[in-house]
Ligand binder design. Structure first.
Ligand code: SPV
Ligand code: MN
Length: 626
């Protein structure tokens, strides 16, 4: 170990060396020393929890051109490269020892070859730059949920984003002493051209599950680089599987019921399918919008947001759809905008912001004017569809008071949602936990969006909205979810929601605001305040209950025609969905639990029986009359 200390002493200033040594963790010291040897930075900055250090990083991002100050104090804009605008699923891989197997659905590479490849891209990648060593804590501080993390990066933009999104963890790291149990991330943006990563063909995100270590190189887009976000989620799913808890792609929301009652929901939706806007529903309180850890205590399920900020999609954020976020984005809080359009007055603009867009400015493609096309002849939109904002949840007026509670919040309901134009009704409760996990979570399908590279609008299987981040075989993951409720006395109720149902002419059957009613109905169900109507797959709301909720919360007349259109149960589509999903489990998932197939068979029987009795399309009034 002495050579590690010698190397650190040689490469770090006395102040930075002392900061590192104050965290008495040899494994962390080794990690930093190895990173220095590998990437060859000009200097090293060790960030503590102080405001001064956070400001230093923020200023550095502006100084190196990765962020541009905007007109409002505290606001900056960052651009990712034109071809670096979303998560790169194809080049994100698990480093696997030969002989081990995660199943056909997870992307992996042989560990030795993959490590060598990614380290070759990291070799001397920080030449002439400052290495930032940052400490964070996933989950509230001093909690069973707390996970210490160290992030090494040469991108002050990445480090700055993390200071907004995560609780600082220098002191937490000191508390874990010499424990080897922490997550490690090393990122380099590689060679830059106009402040964006140049060698995109050599973009790599490689994940070492045995070492709780992730490498990321030649990319800047947050989903590929912000270690604590989707890279940590992959490590956490693996760790949770070994330790008996769950790491999920879920919001955590406080739903406010009658008489001041608050019922907490977690909700899993694929990216860009309404997860953030559900966590921000008017009149409710937000704990988190993206990643939840779930644990059990005294026979109850508790959840935390492992983050404290939002890296949200900015498209369609406007005063009507998202008044609270819009307010935060136009107030002098700390906000990083990414891949929006900047005008000559340094004001940000984005698609769907509710005002007319300028016809020229600067965006992710450089100087932009309306009608500009890229080298493939495609028109470049004013802002990218996956353009984002990064802000602090404590800056939001609807933050939940339990955001930082070390116990987490008790979970009353779990919601699964996807972008589904033709199958599922807007909201339905499962009959029980196991059926919810199997028929709602493990059968989730959604049409693809701009949040990942590739074609949009393709119906894709995405169990629990977590498929992109799974680091264990799918069957084991489903079994873990099933088992999780075993020693819980009253497991949370499980719901599906669908905000994207269309009629035969392709028109949406619901308005954006309606999701509030579905969640508040779920809140009433969790508390036993209303009854439901039985369908072959669960329980749907009664007309009168929805009518009341629409009136009370949206001041809207909810008509019987709306109800019938939205809640008509579609037998052929539901059967087709079961067939599609079952085929995947039969052909592609070798460890599918038998109970999944048994449940599919049972539900298929119910669907057929209902179809025989009522026909293919069943009005909810007919089901209610039963
Ligand atoms: C998502 O795509 O699910 C996000 C943003 O939350 S990313 O950081 O890209 O994962
Ligand atoms: Mn997400």
């Amino acid at each position: 170990m002495s050579n590690v200390k010698e190397l650190l002493k040689e490469k770090l200033t006395a102040e930075n060396y002392d900061r590192l040594m104050a965290v008495d963790n040899p494994k962390m010291h080794q990690f930093v020393a190895d990173a220095i040897e590998l990437t060859g930075p000009a200097s090293v900055f060790v960030c503590t929890d102080s405001d001064e250090d956070r400001n230093y990083i923020r200023e550095l991002a502006i100084k190196n051109g990765e962020e541009i100050p905007l007109d409002v104090p505290g606001h900056t804009c960052h651009f990712d490269g034109y071809h670096d605008q979303a998560r790169d699923k194809a080049r994100t891989k698990y480093l696997l020892l030969s002989g081990s197997d995660l199943g056909a659905n997870l992307n992996s590479i042989e560990k030795e070859a993959g490590t060598e490849e990614v380290r070759s891209f990291l070799k001397n990648s920080m030449t002439g730059r400052e290495m930032l060593v940052c400490f964070f804590c996933l989950g509230p501080i001093d909690s069973d949920f707390s996970t210490a993390c160290v992030q090494i990066t040469d991108s002050p933009y990445v480090a700055h984003s993390e200071t907004i999104l995560y609780r600082s963890g220098y002191e937490q790291f000191r508390k874990i002493g010499s424990s080897p149990e922490f997550f490690r991330f090393i990122h380099s943006e590689g060679k830059l051209e106009n402040a964006v990563s140049k060698n995109i063909a050599q973009r790599r995100v490689y994940i070492d599950l045995e070492e709780n270590l992730v490498y990321s190189v030649n990319t800047q887009y947050g989903g590929n680089t912000i270690g604590l976000k989707k890279l940590a989620l992959r490590l956490a799913i693996n760790k949770a599987s070994k330790e008996g808890w769950l790491a999920e792609h879920m919001f955590v929301l406080g739903a406010h019921g009658p008489g001041g009652r608050v019922t907490y929901f977690t909700g899993a939706f694929p990216s860009a399918c309404g997860k953030t806007s559900t966590s921000m529903l008017p009149g409710q309180t937000i704990v988190g919008d993206d990643i939840a850890y779930l644990r059990k205590k005294d026979g109850r399920m508790y959840g935390v947001n492992v983050e404290k900020g939002i890296f949200g999609i900015i498209r369609e954020v406007n005063p009507k759809n998202d008044p609270i976020i819009y307010e935060a984005l136009t107030s002098p809080y700390e906000v990083i905008f990414s891949n929006v359009l900047i005008d000559g007055d340094k004001k940000p603009h984005w698609l769907g912001m509710g005002t007319e867009l300028p016809t020229e400015g600067t965006n992710h493609a450089g100087k932009w004017h309306k009608g500009k096309t890229d080298s493939d002849g495609n028109e470049i939109t004013a802002s990218h569809k996956n353009a984002r904002y990064c802000l602090n949840i404590p800056d939001l007026s609807n933050r939940d008071p339990l955001l930082d509670d070390p116990n987490g919040v008790p979970v009353g309901g779990v919601v699964y949602g996807g972008r589904d134009s033709d199958t599922l009704v807007p909201v339905e409760q499962s009959f029980n936990w196991a059926e919810g996990i199997i028929i709602k979570g493990a059968s989730l399908e959604s049409e693809t969006t701009a949040a990942t590279l590739g074609k949009e609008g393709v119906r894709t299987f995405n169990l629990m909205s977590n498929l992109d981040f799974l680091s264990i075989p799918l069957g084991r993951y489903i079994q873990n979810n099933l088992d999780f409720a075993k020693d819980i006395e009253n497991p949370p109720l499980v719901f599906s929601v669908n905000y994207f149902l269309k009629d035969k002419d392709g028109e949406y059957l619901n308005g954006m605001a309606d999701k509030l009613v579905w969640i508040l109905w779920a809140e009433l169900r969790v508390n036993g305040d209303v009854d439901g109507i039985e369908t072959p797959t669960g329980l749907i709301p009664k007309y009168e209950d929805l009518q009341k909720l629409f009136k009370e919360h949206l001041d809207a007349q909810y008509t019987k025609t709306d109800y019938v259109q939205q809640f008509t149960f579609r037998i052929p589509e539901n059967l087709a969905k079961l067939d599609r999903v079952e085929k995947i489990y039969k052909e592609k998932v070798s460890d599918t639990p038998q109970i999944l197939f048994d449940t599919f068979a049972e539900v298929r029987k119910r669907l057929k029986a209902a179809g025989d009795k009522y026909g293919d399309y069943i009005s909810p009034f007919d089901l209610a009359a039963n």
